[in-house]
Each structure stands twice: as C-alpha cells, then as structure tokens.
Design a protein around this ligand. Structure first.
Ligand code: ADP
Ligand code: MG
Length: 339
C-alpha cells in the first residue's frame, strides 16, 4: 500500500467555511471508525485538500492506537495496478487478505475506477467485506459519485451509504490563513499585505496558492530581496496574468446574452421556451468549462440546481457533436471570452 504522509495532519489543515464540514466529518471518523460515516467520501475538484484530509484521518487513527490500528492508504490507480498484478501472478489470496484485514482503508481518487469494470467488481467485494466487518472506509473523488460516468450503479449507491461531503474552493479569509500557516511552517516571513495581495488574486485552489508562496520565497532568497507587494507583483507576473484573464459567470452571461440577442435576466428566468433554454444551457456549459466554479455554484448563479447544470453540459456536448451550427456558436463564444 502507499505511505501516509506525516505532513498531512489535522493540526495544519486550515479550516474555513469551504472545508469545515469535510474536516468535521473526517475528525468524527477518527473518533468512531466504522461508525455511522462509513464510508466517508470527500469530493471536490483538484487541489482543495482531499488527500490532505484523508492522510490526516489515517495519521490520527494510527496516532490514537499505534499498536493495533492497521491503516491502508492507497491511490485508486495503485490499487488497480496491485489488483491486476495479483491476478497475473496468481496472488489474489494475498491481495484479498491484505485489503480485507485492515481496520481502515483509505482510497484516494476513486473517480479513476470509471470504466474499469474488473477493478470495480473486486472493489465491490472488498468494500462489502470491510463494511460487514465494521471497518472504516474513506474515499475521495473529484466529483459527486452520481456524476462520475462509468461506475457501476451498485458501487455508486454504496459510495454514498455513509456520508458524502464536499470541499469547495476556500474564501479569501481562509486563503490568507492558509498562506500564513504554510509560510510559518516553512519559516518564511510573509508580510500581511503580501499575503493579502496573493490571496486576493490566486483564487482557484490551495495547490496554486502553495505554488505562489514557493515561488515568492525561493526568489526572495535567491535574489536577497525583501518580500514586498511590488516584489510579489513582479515575481508572480505570469501567474497573475492568467487570473486576470479568468472569466467570471457574469462575464459569460453577458457575452452569451449579447450573442443570442436576449437579455441577461432572461438567462436567469425560469421560462422554458426553447429560445431561452438553449442559450442558458450554453452559458452553463461555458461556465463549467471556463471557470473554476462547481456545479452547485453554477446552478446557484442561474437559479437552478446542480443536476440542471450537469444536464445542460451533456446536452451542449451532444449538440456540438451533432450539429455544425452549435459547434460554431460555442467556439465563437469561447473566442469572445478570450480562449
Ligand atoms: P486534493 O487531494 O483535493 O487535490 P491536496 O490534499 O493534495 O488536494 O491539497 C493540495 C495542497 O494544498 C496540499 O499541499 C495540502 O496540504 C494543501 N491544502 C489544501 N487544503 C488545505 C487546508 N485547508 N489547509 C492547509 N493546507 C491545505
Ligand atoms: Mg488528491
């Protein structure tokens, strides 16, 4: 199995509105492994702390019962590779023993199981064996399981048997706190105004935030310069340029409304007439593709729920495949939005 990273702990996981729910659930699992939150599934897009939280659970479980707890952490891809290699070398008993005898099984990025039927089948049995034995399972996924194509329905429903919690992109205050905490951990002196400057601009995920801090501290050390806002602006120039270009949902609404000769308010109205429904679907699909917003956030921006957005994305993809006109419209809009 993989190794737990000792640097991913609860005490250095900064809490904010965007992850409080997931963090609380993870801590609850440490207190009552195999309890009501089984499996615990943490989902959300890349760089938002899913892996960190998962390791924190593993580290904390071991920390509380160092002698007895057997915790297996493994990426979904690695798990699949081990499974196929076990088959090839006639070592399935060993493989089954390994994964069915743990107290906690942590599998990272299970969206990777999509369209891997044999792996899913084996995981289904592992899953059942562990749940029956009241052993804890923790999973992460880049999407809500129902929205992952190519996963068996039986598995999908099991993934949400326990608790599925989302991690969202952090708000400004949390981004500042994360920057300060990472700077402290690395003994980097990060002035408040620089932290604010970076956090205001680098908005998409925590990994990018860490990347920005790393560049700043490396470059300040190398050139022996003081870390000022001006220094940050210069050092992060290309990174920040990408964010300036980043489109917003409002931006997309304006562009789409203009393109189809309708009003922005029409895009938000619940009316279902074809002449409004199509542009609305296109706007939703563009928002999903060109912004970092989650399905629920996009839904909210249009007064709809996340399943409507998902449906819109599929519909638009279908139409772009099937009809030249839709393909051209979509590409024109992408271009107008700077892509
Ligand atoms: P994911 O698995 O969701 O893609 P990771 O868990 O790998 O994201 O997080 C990416 C980086 O951001 C890691 O270095 C992690 O420590 C850090 N990180 C994410 N969220 C937080 C947080 N709330 N507090 C501190 N560090 C965080
Ligand atoms: Mg991860």
């Amino acid at each position: 199995t993989g190794k737990l990273n000792p640097d991913y702990r609860f005490d250095n996981f900064i809490e904010g509105k965007s992850n409080a729910h997931a963090r609380a659930a993870a801590q609850h699992v440490v207190e009552t492994p195999g309890g009501p939150y089984n499996p615990l599934l943490i989902y959300g897009s890349s760089g938002l702390g899913k892996t960190h939280l998962m390791h924190a659970v593993g580290n904390a479980i071991i920390g509380e019962r160092p002698a007895r707890a057997r915790v297996a952490y493994v990426g979904a891809e690695q798990w699949m590779n081990q499974f196929t290699s076990a088959i090839r070398h006639g070592r399935m008993d060993e493989f089954k023993n390994l994964y069915r005898s743990v107290d906690a099984l942590l599998i990272d990025d299970i969206h990777f199981f999509a369209h891997k039927e044999r792996t899913q089948e084996e995981f289904f049995h592992t899953f059942n064996a562990l749940i029956d034995g009241r052993k804890q399972i923790v999973l992460t996924s880049d999407r809500y399981p129902k929205d992952v194509d190519g996963i068996d329905e039986r598995l999908k429903s099991r993934f949400t048997w326990g608790l599925a919690v989302a991690v969202e992109p952090p708000d400004l205050e949390t981004r500042v706190a994360i920057l300060q905490s990472k700077a402290d951990q690395n003994q980097v002196k990060l002035p408040k105004d620089v932290a604010m400057f970076v956090a205001q601009r680098v908005r998409s995920n925590v990994r990018e935030l860490e990347g920005a801090l790393l560049r700043l501290s490396a470059s300040a050390r190398l050139r022996g310069e003081a870390m000022t806002v001006e220094f940050a602006r210069a050092t992060l120039k290309d990174m920040l340029a990408a964010y300036e270009r980043m489109v917003t949902i409002d931006n997309i609404k304006r562009t789409v409304a203009n393109y189809y000769n309708i009003r922005v308010t029409d895009l938000n109205s619940p009316r279902r007439t074809r002449s409004l429904a199509r542009p609305r679907q296109v706007a939703m699909a563009l928002a999903k593709e060109l912004t970092q917003h989650s399905l629920p956030e996009i839904g909210e921006a249009f007064g709809k729920d996340h399943t409507t957005v998902l449906h819109a994305c599929r519909k638009v993809a279908e139409l772009r495949e099937a009809e030249v006109k839709y393909r051209e419209d979509y590409e024109n809009l992408q271009r107008q939005l700077g892509f």
